[in-house]
Design a protein around this ligand. Sequence first.
Ligand SMILES: NC(=O)c1ccc[n+]([C@@H]2O[C@H](COP(=O)([O-])OP(=O)(O)OC[C@H]3O[C@@H](n4cnc5c(N)ncnc54)[C@H](OP(=O)(O)O)[C@@H]3O)[C@@H](O)[C@H]2O)c1
Length: 195
Amino acid sequence: MAPRFRVYIAASADGYIADPGGSVAWLDAYPGVEYGYDDFIRSVGTVVMGRASYDLARSFGDWPYPDQRCIVLTRRLPEPPPAGAHVAFRSGDVGALAAELRAMEPAAAPGGDVWVMGGGRVIRQFLDAGALDTLEIYVIPLLLGGGIPLFPPGPGHGLTLRGAQGFASGVVRLEYGARPPAPGGRQADGPGTDR
Ligand SMILES: NC(=O)c1ccc[n+]([C@@H]2O[C@H](COP(=O)([O-])OP(=O)(O)OC[C@H]3O[C@@H](n4cnc5c(N)ncnc54)[C@H](OP(=O)(O)O)[C@@H]3O)[C@@H](O)[C@H]2O)c1
């Protein structure tokens, strides 16, 4: 079994992953530890991110993904990565990158998943290339009114709802399979649906 290519991301209720200035400070009130981040990151061997998300992650101080291989998509000249980071810089077709990663990751090894971390422009390319398996979206009860979209404009895609869970904080976790349900198939038959 190949590694899973997963999106795990927080978005405002109006569909933005960062405010117009690129800040995610509005997420500070919703620490990932309350939403399964620690278990999630242990399942990840490779993090793929766009240059804008990389620049933001670097600004946080300690490099947040010391145990993962990180692939940064950029067309610009790479800079030396931060201390403790295992970073490779790539550009071009994400379909080809996904095929390489599928071949590289130890089959179904624990901790072998690929986290397509973001931002929206990178997630959109993986989605359009048919290279995503699941999207786990934490909808934050907040309207940002503008900013960087989770899904920039592009082709439409059917999704399969695999689970939905509400938290006391007002956050809602939505888990989708990245492909439409089989004809006649029901949405969200699996465990974890809280509707
Ligand atoms: N809410 C959350 O949980 C969350 C998670 C992740 C990110 N974010 C936010 O998302 C924002 C960034 O999202 P974004 O959509 O604007 O940008 P992004 O996807 O992080 O980065 C886009 C950049 O990546 C490079 N790139 C993308 N695809 C490429 C390809 N196929 N080949 C070569 N280079 C490629 C390009 O950089 P070059 O200009 O270098 O070529 C492009 O300008 C940040 O503000 C971050 O805070 C939020």
